[in-house]
Design a protein around this ligand. Structure first.
Ligand code: NAD
Length: 330
């Protein structure tokens, strides 16, 4: 028994030494892989390039890859090829199945990952999938952490995102150092999956507040108030929130946000619908009452069915005002 304990302890020390060596090898100067160059990932990868990193990118959409290539990124043929060239890899993908494909698929990251590599998934996905990928990464001696973000496309461009990190405490400093090139706040929530938990709770609240702001501004507008005037009052009153003062859903109230760009870019209603679905699954599993979260899911699901899926989630204002016009005409 004593002998077995010694062998175990010796091997553990050896693994730790190897691991620290790999951690040092992926220091702040090593290349960074970036997979998923959409509304968020494109700007995040650009910010890494702008801060002097060598970035190896991959996306299924060639146009998105080309934009980054023109700015100096190296292009990988698939996630496996990115993993062969980078010890630190960030993924920013739409949802759980995409993350499973990119990590676990035949040409996925884990098919070629280097031992000791740091894998950071910034997508918003099911916490259970984050845990599944983490276990499989650990089988390959790599470290996986979830780090979903808040702040939207504006913060992604301005490198002022908030990251909610789930993963080993011993790896947090390395992750933080990397993420601070794309954001201002990096908060460790706990073990793997807890970043996702924080994110889906935040987004349930965001959807509810965006619907609330849209309802109020639509009512005010119907009563003859200029939405700009009403918004400026809300923003110094008790109704103030991010959906009213930073990401207002009425076109022309704030310049540079999706509502002033025909609801293009930004955070698609289909993605919000996905996050609300994740929140409802979590609520069912824990028997937690979330009546407004459930209503918000129904609202966004209906919007997706009516063709708003790719429009920014603030288009709930347009949806409400258009529905109302239809009702009035009937
Ligand atoms: P997006 O749809 O604009 O971008 C996703 C990118 O992933 C696309 O370029 C797509 O081509 C690529 N992709 C999909 N499958 C792929 C695969 N198998 N291999 C390689 N690339 C693949 O989405 P987004 O708005 O950038 O959001 C990304 C994630 O961030 C989502 O999980 C979303 O919920 C979350 N998020 C978005 C926002 C926002 O404001 N857009 C804010 C916070 C969090």
């Amino acid at each position: 028994m004593f002998c077995l304990k010694r062998i175990f302890s010796y091997n553990l020390n050896w693994i730790c030494r190897q691991f620290s060596a790999s951690a040092a090898a992926r220091g702040s100067q090593t290349p960074v892989g970036f997979i998923g160059l959409g509304n968020m990932g494109g700007s995040m990868a650009e910010n890494l390039l702008a801060t002097g990193h060598r970035v190896i990118v991959y996306d299924k959409v060639q146009d998105s890859v080309k934009l980054l290539q023109d700015k100096g990124a190296v292009v990988g043929k698939n996630p496996a090829e990115v993993a062969q060239q980078a010890e630190r890899i960030i993924t920013m993908l739409p949802s759980s199945p995409h993350v499973q494909e990119v990590y676990l698929g035949p040409d996925g990251i884990l098919s070629a990952v280097k031992g000791g590599a740091l894998l950071v998934d910034c997508s918003t996905i099911d916490p259970a999938v984050a845990i599944e990928v983490s276990k499989k990464a650990s089988d390959k001696a790599a470290v996986f952490m979830d780090a979903p973000v808040s702040g939207g496309v504006v913060a992604a461009k301005a490198a002022s995102l908030t990251f909610m990190v789930g993963g080993q405490e011993t790896e947090f400093d390395a992750v933080k150092e990397l993420l601070l090139h794309m954001g201002k706040n990096v908060i460790r929530c706990g073990i793997v999956g807890t970043g996702q938990t924080a994110k889906i709770c935040n987004n349930m609240l965001l959807a509810i507040s965006m619907i609330g702001v849209s309802e109020a501004l639509n009512l005010g507008s119907r009563l003859g108030l200029d939405p700009k005037t009403l918004s400026s009052i809300m923003n110094i009153s008790t109704g103030r929130c991010w959906s009213s003062d930073t990401y207002n859903p009425v076109p022309g109230v704030i310049e540079g946000v999706p509502s002033s760009n025909n609801y293009n870019g930004g955070f698609g209603s289909a993605l919000m619908c996905k996050d609300l679905g994740l929140a409802q699954t979590a609520a069912i599993n824990t028997q937690t009452p979330t009546p407004l979260g459930s209503q918000a899911l129904q609202m966004y699901r209906t919007m997706v069915m009516k063709g708003y899926g790719l429009k920014d989630f603030s288009s709930v204002y347009k949806y409400l005002s258009t529905e109302e016009e239809c009702e009035t005409k009937n």
